[in-house]
Ligand binder design. Sequence first.
Ligand code: DGL
Length: 276
Amino acid sequence: MPDPAVNPRALVFDSGLGGLTVAREIRSLLPATELLYFADNAFFPYGTKDEATLLAHVRREILQLEKRFHPDIIVLACNSASTLVLPQLRTLTDTPIVGVVPAVKPAAEATDSGVIGLLATPGTVLRQYTAGLIEQFAGHCEVVSVGSAELVEIAEAKIHGAAVSRSQLQAILAPFLQHPRAHRIDTIVLACTHFPLLRDDLQTACELDVEWLDSGEAIARRVHCLLSKRHDLANLPPANRHRFMTSAPLASSPGLEQQLKELGFVMPIWLMEQLD
Ligand code: DGL
């Protein structure tokens, strides 16, 4: 049992920088939680990897990180990984795990028209888990799915300061825009943690009047619920040692450093081997 008077530690895991959108929500709802962010850039991107390879890789990485850093909670801030690994991972550790999966249920509850968009990586779109979510929660809706690996790259580049091309986004969104019932799509699920970084750009590029839904806030609420059972969150001081680490050397940029500082991460960017 952890000491309730010690700041809890959350391991936030993604293939790259997308999980920062989840880290931001956790930091804002749970300032007392120390964030240890892991960007698995050595294996980026996840959304195009075959399932068996990705499953074995993520399972191994998470278990190693857990052994080494003893987090109080693990946040798998990646839809592509969570929709594949979660059920098995939960049988392999007692540490609570919160996974990020497509916000299909809230979208099905929010839509008036009954036509929903799902924007994810190619992997997440094809997962059995995603099909199960749609069947369970959105059986009464029409779900139009678009898988894009390019959008993940665009989001990463944006963090480093690159401009986002409107015509490139429009080409990616074309299956929504050209869908016979396009005018009826009123909700699009951002089912990749990288995509909220592009929310404004997507809105500008998309000619539809839609609500963009992601899972970030709900994940932070779930983390709060689990950690508050064992930690006196309301009376702990804010955590001040958030660290950001990668599995391979990462070429930094003023844009990334600015984002990390904003989120309270202590510089430098660590290579996993360097941290203890
Ligand atoms: N951020 C990830 C997700 O939520 C993974 C993107 C990728 O590496 O392809 O799916």
